[in-house]
Design a protein around this ligand. Structure first.
Ligand code: GLA
Length: 729
């Protein structure tokens, strides 16, 4: 049993792999946080409560209870609420039928479940053992269930809240976050992943302070601006050492994560659905489910946190059917042709890579409706026979005859003004009557909050998938929502829009993925602008960035790996000069960096010489050699390209029998500095042969001394070293 309840101290102990999480029900029936960290004994931890507060606090109206701490404001918290003396960030804010905004959610009962109930209509992790804590406000009759799931084989905890209206009247939810928890001090740095198009998931690290540090998106998409992730890293925590708490929200719409430095010197962490532009009308008897948050605790710095997320997502989130299977090695035509192609050009691109090991041809944007540029066609999922003379069937048959699978691009959530769909149903696009639309890439977003709109999408996308032999789908989302408004809802429910969009999206994904269980799905959003665990639940990999330049990719993939496993990152080798940066990098470097994920190629191969083909064949062979590590291994980020001239990823098999180190040197030069590359994650006692350097050394030697890399002269060079166990000594 991973979850225990001590009836005397009313303490819950949740034990996961190497971690304990503890809280108790205090003398006011309040769920008071006690501890989250390394595994400890099931001792009475109430001695840690302290006496902060003095007399100038808002005391609880319970004179009968005689304890030192008398205010909600000073309890470590599992759920903060508003109006009764707690001035920290509340996890929930309501308007009760009487118009007051008070909440007092106190312990009622609990259950321990051997599994983990799924969330209705939203993605969540599987497995584990679950505690459900039932809290109630006896006056307003709002109830809240807090869910905690722990796992024996991973240190992460899954948390969420369900709010229930058990009153006879409407309760308005103005804020309904997923979790709250108190960390014992404020000596943290807050780490987040920020960015924009072509610069996704860069790393920010700022000191925690008194007041609130907030990470959010207001875009009805998780966004490239800030990823739904936050880490609190102790000041001295580094890549491989020190305590780090990581928080990752399984959600794809507007979110917020907050860390608040409170006057008692502790840190309150909370968040979930963004309460900016949010109100939810909860009718009598209704429930409101919040998205799940995954919390990882690591004593091995940021690297340990990442490995916990990677394992948790691979084991319990991503589609088990595909997560550890060989990934399609694609040739995608986007950067080769953009919108200007016909069947012959596509056939030439596919034919040119026959026999190289590239096994899937992905036809990107432009195959449907009047899609000759980005101002027409979205929404009309019927083949454009001016370009594909023999329809989809002919090109698919041709690709299949080369022994390759066929993949197709869709952008199901969108419509162009110049489309049959928009001409017929302009009301399907999101917009406010009598107000002009904002344009972005000449397209509008469809109103996924309406069932009839979703039905249209499901029907038209499924029709294409079911009438054709399509084995791979790239699902794109190229603009953010503006004019959030649905013609399908009454005025007082319009602020439900952003969350209802997420629910609509998940319904769409569910119905399309379920109807096509053999199809492999890749997510995409103007590059990697919706790279989040919610999307990853449905689509086993996500296009990481439109920026395919190897140098830029070292940054983007480094940042993305903070939370997401390598196998979740779709990475392509593209042409030089690079279309985004105009930079020239060697082909081998582009491949080595793109091979640190779910790899593919995206360039015009139709002019390939036999020599080019041979190069690609060799690269794909090499990729297959490391693919098992990419899918299943442990990642150690050995060199940080944001901090030095080098980038290094070392991927180690779970049994530590083999590993591969890919390292990159940005700038070459003469009389270069002495550089030993860091090596990590090996078994100190095992002996390894290092191919590429042809040396045999003990794990402890390799990890403490490093390896001396043999970079070729010039800029943007990579080296790749294999470590294979040859015994022990
Ligand atoms: C987005 C994607 C690209 C490509 C284009 C097509 O920008 O990120 O990979 O699919 O759309 O329009």
């Amino acid at each position: 049993m991973a979850i225990k309840f001590d009836e005397v101290s009313r303490t819950f102990y949740l034990d996961g792999k190497d971690i304990t999480y503890a809280f108790f029900i205090n003398e006011y029936d309040y769920a008071e946080h006690l501890y989250y960290g390394k595994t400890i004994g099931h001792d009475d931890l109430r001695y840690t409560r302290g006496t902060f507060g003095g007399s100038a606090v808002v005391k609880l109206s319970r004179p009968d209870v005689k304890t030192a701490v008398k205010s909600y404001n000073h309890f470590g918290s599992e759920l903060t609420f508003h109006g009764t003396g707690d001035y920290r960030e509340p996890m929930v804010e309501v308007v009760n039928p009487a118009g007051d905004r008070l909440t007092q959610l106190l312990y009622d009962s609990h259950e321990i479940l051997s599994g983990k109930p799924a969330i209705k209509g939203m993605p969540s992790m599987r497995g584990g053992e679950t505690l459900v804590l039932h809290l109630k406000d006896k006056v307003s009759c709002l109830a809240c269930d807090l869910y905690y799931t722990v796992y024996e084989d991973t240190g992460v905890i899954a948390r969420r809240a369900v709010y229930k209206n058990e009153s006879k009247d409407v309760i308005m939810l103005n804020r309904a976050y997923s979790f709250a928890m108190t960390l014992p001090h404020m000596e943290y740095d807050v780490v987040s992943l920020y960015g924009c198009w072509a610069k996704e998931r860069k790393i920010d690290r700022i000191p925690m302070h008194h007041g609130v540090v907030s990470i959010d998106s207001k875009r009805t998409s998780s966004s490239a601006t800030l990823n739904p992730f936050m880490a609190l890293a102790e000041k001295n925590a580094t890549e491989e050492q020190g305590n780090v708490y990581g928080i990752s929200l399984i959600y794809s719409s507007s979110f917020v994560l907050k860390a608040e430095g409170t006057p008692d010197g502790r840190t309150l962490v909370t968040g979930g659905i963004n309460d900016f532009d949010f109100k939810w009308k909860l009718e009598s008897g209704e429930e409101f489910e919040t998205p799940e948050v995954i919390i990882a605790y690591s004593t091995e710095g940021m690297g340990g946190m990442s490995r916990s997320f990677h394992d948790a997502f691979r084991n319990y989130l991503i589609n088990p059917r595909f997560v550890r299977k060989h990934r399609p090695v694609v040739i995608n035509n986007w950067e080769a042709t953009y919108f200007s192609f016909d069947s012959e050009m596509l056939k030439n691109i596919a034919k040119a890579v026959e026999g190289t090991g590239i096994d899937t041809f992905v036809l990107d944007d432009g195959w449907f409706g009047k899609r000759n540029n980005d101002s027409a066609g979205l929404g009309d999922w019927v083949v454009n026979t001016d370009k594909l003379h023999g329809g989809l069937k002919e090109i698919i048959d041709y690709v299949n005859s080369l022994g390759m699978k066929f993949g197709l691009w869709f952008e199901p959530e969108m419509v162009n003004e110049d489309s049959d769909l928009y001409r017929e149903r302009p009301d399907y696009a999101i917009g406010v009557p009598n107000r002009p639309h904002c344009y972005s890439r000449n397209q509008f977003v469809l109103d996924l909050t309406r069932k009839e709109v979703r039905d249209y999408i499901v029907e038209s996308v499924n029709k294409v998938l079911q009438e054709n032999h399509i084995e791979y789908v790239k699902w794109d989302f190229n603009r953010n929502v503006t004019e959030s408004y649905s013609l399908g809802r009454e005025p007082e429910r319009q602020a439900e829009f952003a969350h209802r969009y997420a629910l609509g999206l998940y319904d769409l994904c569910e119905r399309i993925v379920e109807a096509n269980p053999d199809v492999f799905f890749e997510g995409c959003s103007a590059g990697g602008a919706r790279f989040d665990p919610g999307i990853l639940y449905y689509f086993s990999q996500i296009w990481t960035s439109d920026d395919t330049d190897a140098e830029e990719r070292t940054h983007i993939q480094y940042g993305t790996s903070m939370v997401y496993p390598l196998s979740a990152m779709s990475c392509h080798v593209s042409v030089v000069p690079n279309h985004q940066t105009c930079r020239m990098t060697p082909m081998a470097t582009r491949a080595d960096i793109a091979h640190l994920g779910a790899t593919g190629y995206e360039l015009d191969t139709s002019h390939f010489s036999d020599e080019d083909r041979a190069v690609v064949r060799k690269q794909v062979e090499e990729y297959h050699e490391i693919e098992d590590l990419i899918l299943n291994g442990d990642l150690y980020r050995t060199e940080n390209p944001m901090e030095s001239n080098y980038f290094g990823f070392m991927v180690v098999s779970k049994d530590k029998k083999e590993a591969v180190l890919t390292a990159y040197r940005r700038m070459g030069g003469v009389n270069n500095e002495m550089k030993l590359l860091k090596v990590a994650g090996l078994d100190a006692e095992k002996v390894y042969h290092v191919s590429g350097l042809d040396m045999t050394l003990k794990g402890s030697t390799l990890m403490n001394v490093g390896v001396a890399p043999m970079f070729a002269g010039g800029d943007f060079m990579t080296v790749k070293y294999w470590f294979k166990e040859v015994g022990a000594r």
